[in-house]
Design a protein around this ligand. Structure first.
Ligand code: FMN
Length: 209
């Protein structure tokens, strides 16, 4: 399938059939997700992958009982860091230095630039900024899943505090921002299966100047 055909094929699936995604395919989708860009490249979030059915079923009430949570093959939660400080920036500088084989001191200006930016933000603003980055990763997951012909449902319809509590995310310094289920559509039971895609007309959506 071409990329555009894959994006037309995908939709936010409401019912899944419980079949398991091959591990290699799931890993491809997660690798694509990992390749998402983020502001400064800091990636101020973690990605929680829940394949275990019992855990997904336990979480389902916190997702307002959306059936695809229990019926999927994997539930992926994008969780922002609760703390973004000079410590996290220093760790990131270390990673760049190691990957690119440059002395960490050569990144002093870059680190100072990031630290200067995050210092100007309140904890709430930092959370919002971090959450924005998770949505880019979510977009990569959705596109990668479609290109692998795996169904996906992006989800904001959940109670973040309840999900954090159930998964012990607070102890990990994380807060759930957005989620996606991955699996296979149950076309017979999904009222949206086969429904025409609705998007604003190109000339209304795209403004060329
Ligand atoms: C950030 C975000 C949150 C969403 N939350 C939910 C959700 O909780 N449950 C759900 O069934 N669909 C959810 N959707 C799916 C949208 O309703 C759907 O993407 C939109 O109607 C366009 O339809 P399509 O994705 O099927 O083309 C969400 C989509 C996005 C991007």
């Amino acid at each position: 399938m071409s990329l555009l055909d894959a994006l037309k094929w995908r939709y936010a699936v409401k019912r899944m059939n419980g079949n398991k995604i091959p591990e290699a395919t799931l890993n491809t989708i997660l690798e694509a997700t990992k390749l998402a860009p983020s502001s400064f490249g800091l990636t101020p979030y973690n990605i929680i992958v829940i394949e275990d059915e019992e855990t997904r079923k336990k979480l389902q009430p916190h997702f307002y009982n959306q059936p695809q949570v229990g019926e999927s093959s994997a539930l992926v939660i994008f969780a922002t860091w609760n703390s973004i400080t000079e410590k996290e920036v220093a760790e990131y500088m270390q990673e760049i230095a190691e990957e690119r084989g440059v002395p960490v001191e050569s990144l002093k200006d870059f680190a100072g630039y990031i630290n200067g930016s995050i210092k100007n933000l309140s904890p709430e603003q930092l959370q919002i900024w971090a959450a924005k980055q998770t949505y880019i990763a979510l977009g990569f997951t959705l596109v990668a899943a479609a290109s692998e012909e795996i169904d996906a449902t992006p989800m904001e319809g959940f109670i973040p505090d309840a999900v954090d509590e159930a998964l012990g995310l607070k102890e990990l310094g994380l807060h759930s921002a957005v989620a996606v289920t991955l699996g296979y559509r149950d076309a017979a039971n999904d009222y949206l299966s086969g429904a025409k895609k609705v998007r604003r007309a190109t000339e209304k959506l795209i403004i060329k100047k």
